[in-house]
Design a protein around this ligand. Structure first.
Ligand code: CO8
Length: 260
């Protein structure tokens, strides 16, 4: 299978760009997630890499989130394997010692939002048509506790309470207002602004910065690492329920219909 993520490392600047190139919408399939985790691990071990920028080569979409087809009509074994890969993606990204910046050049629902808020800094294209948020409840499913924790750590408890219950997808300007993203810039400047921002972050001594980052994030990460198997069991049990499968089926049909 061809590569779903293009990684370009500039060893002079120490900055890597991870370009998501999985048409049509960079949905997070098992293959995508596996490739992501391997790429992160390689960069993490490469001494010449100090920062990673995540971005998309698909027009209008950063990532559509978890690939719904990986959760629809699949057996418990597949669901378990898939969920472990979702956990792995988050643990690698949220726990990275490198500086991570999301260059959000399109819509970023659900798992796409999770990837964004797992970075250290978010720059989004200033386009009110692009949206970002944890919209799980709209699919009749529930954002796991570690999605919720990452959101709380980003926008606070009160905003998360509203956002998650209502499955809110924020337009880029609204996302800036609540601090879900840090900065809006014109579409064509998203990547260059990310690179400039990265240079500022890389001016801080790595050691001091990464220990500080870990101090902020470790309690949240530990909550999942000490409950991984339970979290997988819970997901498998939840996603294979007939009623949940029905909700996903209806949501998929809505996606197709909206298009027609
Ligand atoms: N998974 C699989 N296929 C998808 C997904 C997805 N997440 N998103 C879109 N597609 C498909 C569409 O069905 C369509 O397929 P086809 O061409 O066969 O009709 C194709 O991709 C293109 O999609 P659109 O025509 O809709 O493209 P647009 O550019 O108009 O819109 C959007 C792009 C905004 C990304 C839009 O596709 C969208 O809103 N997608 C749905 C996003 C979404 O709701 N994702 C939620 C996934 S769930 C998740 O990430 C966390 C789950 C946590 C589980 C916890 C359980 C306990």
């Amino acid at each position: 299978t061809s590569s779903k993520i293009k990684v370009d490392l500039d060893s002079t600047s120490g900055i890597a760009v991870m370009n998501f190139q999985s048409p049509p919408v960079n949905s997070l399939s098992l293959d995508f997630l596996t490739e992501f985790a391997i790429s992160m691990e390689k960069l993490e071990m490469d001494k010449s890499c100090r920062g990673v920028i995540l971005t998309s080569s698909q027009p209008k979409v950063f990532s559509a989130g978890l690939d719904i087809m990986e959760m629809y009509g699949k057996g418990p074994e597949h669901a378990g394997e898939f969920w472990r890969a979702v956990q792995e993606m988050w643990l690698k990204l949220y726990g990275s010692d490198m500086v991570t910046i999301a260059a959000i050049n399109g819509s970023s629902p659900a798992g796409g939002c999770l990837m964004s808020i797992s970075c250290d800094y978010r720059i989004m294209a200033d386009n009110p048509r692009y949206s970002i948020g944890l919209n799980e409840t709209l699919l009749g499913i529930v954002a796991p506790f570690w999605f919720k924790d990452t959101m709380v750590n980003t926008v606070g408890h009160r905003e998360t309470e509203k956002a998650l219950q209502l499955g809110l997808l924020y337009s880029a300007p609204d996302a800036l207002k609540i601090g879900l993203v840090d900065q809006l810039v014109p579409q064509e400047s998203v990547l260059s602004t990310a690179t400039e921002t990265m240079t500022k972050w890389l001016a801080i001594p790595d050691h001091a910065r990464s220990i500080t980052k870990s101090m902020m994030r470790k309690p949240t990460i530990d909550k999942l690492t000490s409950n991984r198997e339970t979290d997988i069991k819970y997901f498998v049990n939840f996603i294979t329920k007939e009623s949940i499968q029905k909700s996903l089926g209806m949501y998929l049909a809505m996606l197709k219909k909206r298009k027609a």
